[in-house]
Design a protein around this ligand. Sequence first.
Ligand SMILES: Cc1cc2nc3c(=O)[nH]c(=O)nc-3n(C[C@H](O)[C@H](O)[C@H](O)COP(=O)(O)O)c2cc1C
Length: 569
Amino acid sequence: MGMEEKAKKLLILYASETGNAIDAAERLGRQAERRGCPVSLLSIDDFDPSSLPDQEIVIFVVSTTGQGDNPDSIKVFWKFLLQRNLTQNWLCRVSYAVFGLGDSSYQKYNFVAKKLDKRLSDLGAIAMVERGLGDDQHPSGYEGALDPWMSTLWKALYQKDPKLFPKGPELMTSNMSLMDQPKVQITYHDVAEGTLNFSSTPDVKLLEMQIESTRFILPGKLSGKYSPDCFLKMVKNDPLSKAGCGKDVRHFEFEAVSSTIEYEVGDVVHILPGQDAAAVDAFIKRCNLNPESYIRVEPKDNKENEQSYDLRNTLKSPVRLKTFVELAMDVASASPRRYFFEVMSYFATAEHEKERLQYFASPEGRDDLYEYNQKERRTVLEVMKIFPLFVLEDFPSVQMPFEWLVQLVPPLKTRAFSISSSHSAHPNQVHLTVSVVSWTTPYKRKRTGLCSSWLAELDPQKRVLMPAWFQKGSLSAPPPSLPLILVGPGTGCAPFRGFVEERALQSQSVQLLPSFSSLVVEMKRMTSYTEIFGCFIHKRVESFLKKKVVAFLLPSPETSNRRFTCSIK
Ligand SMILES: Cc1cc2nc3c(=O)[nH]c(=O)nc-3n(C[C@H](O)[C@H](O)[C@H](O)COP(=O)(O)O)c2cc1C
């Protein structure tokens, strides 16, 4: 070891609900590293908020979810920051920058970034640059704001401490030998060795182990536990909407397998969707891999996360390659990120291919890439067809190692649904009211939502096990003493079905009105309808009323009211 001073690390903390803020934070981290500045990149829940005053510089990348809500991972940090005993100069030695990810079509646009910025400043921290606000509505998504914000940030950081960027804030290495390295390493095992561990394990337990191992290794950190709370099996799949009405709304019933479930009305269940088997096979074939081989995926640098090292050791059992792709890599629904194209460009050995891919990855090509890729919701498989990685057509020189694909193919994410049943009314069951998502892209390609269309096609007779995680919902059950008026648009009213079921169980009379229009006419004339009716009106309902969007216990206008409510007597 030399005697040089250990290089200072730039601390980047992110809070993400669905992964975009992780991508943005990773992009920031890579850009800093390419300028010679080492980085410490952490999910904000892995950072001890009491040590914030000891940090010289912190970069925050945070998204907004719900209706102006915090992502789960920032909740503890935010609660700590709100403590009254923190003084106005608690953070006086800290310089910071905030980049937010949001969508300006929401009323509380980038609310989390804005309130974090204000609170940090109120506690004495110094903003190095004005906060950046990424907007889904921008022609190139949040990246439209991120690129210029980063340029300003590098200059500000250099001004604050030139040692951070030894060769200046503009320097970018073009030396191929200094290219980023994949963050994971893969060891291949032969089939006999892989199956040895599992041969006597029951199927549910085996699936649980596989899910835990595969999801643990996913790049970045999404909110949620690795191991599912339970496995669900579908027992009913009934259409609620009339055939040919242009909408497909379903009533699903599931039963818990092998363990009991617990939830309250208004809670949310997250489901890991299955992927199309043909798509998974096509992907593996294109990668020239053996689907039956067993792989062990490990992070390259264990030192960064010493606290989870033990756990990681216990999760090192090999997983069948096909199972890994099925459970962890979204090959047929999510669009690859910009970095995917950048890395592809490194693996193109033919100059014209490299140029085209580099253009897509550059600030000049950003809008074209967004048009082609994200807006069209191209999938990894489609991109690979157009930019074949292994087939000798347009880009015969590109060959992407599986390590890179594991890191860069978007992770398969769980999908959240409001529960539409009462656990007391249906012990060990959970019901969902789901609208099957479909839309047409700007180039008139038909797209469907991965999870809702997968659920709609499931046959209750077949024993398909789906991993599920339960989460407290933002709608709490209304107090039993108050009358209940429920108003909600579309399937947004799904949890109301659970509320009504619960009321019916408490032997209270439940009157289902066929129409709500007379009440609405009244309400439009009132300023404070809560008082006048003296009844419980949920906050969410209130905001719907303000927008004058009303429906009464109807998933959609085409849905039969009778069918939707028939289980409630
Ligand atoms: C369910 C949902 C709720 C959202 N609510 C808001 C919101 O209230 N305000 C806002 O500015 N953006 C909102 N957004 C947009 C997200 O902040 C934006 O898509 C962001 O890129 C997500 O980043 P993440 O993947 O890191 O969570 C919402 C997005 C979703 C899917």
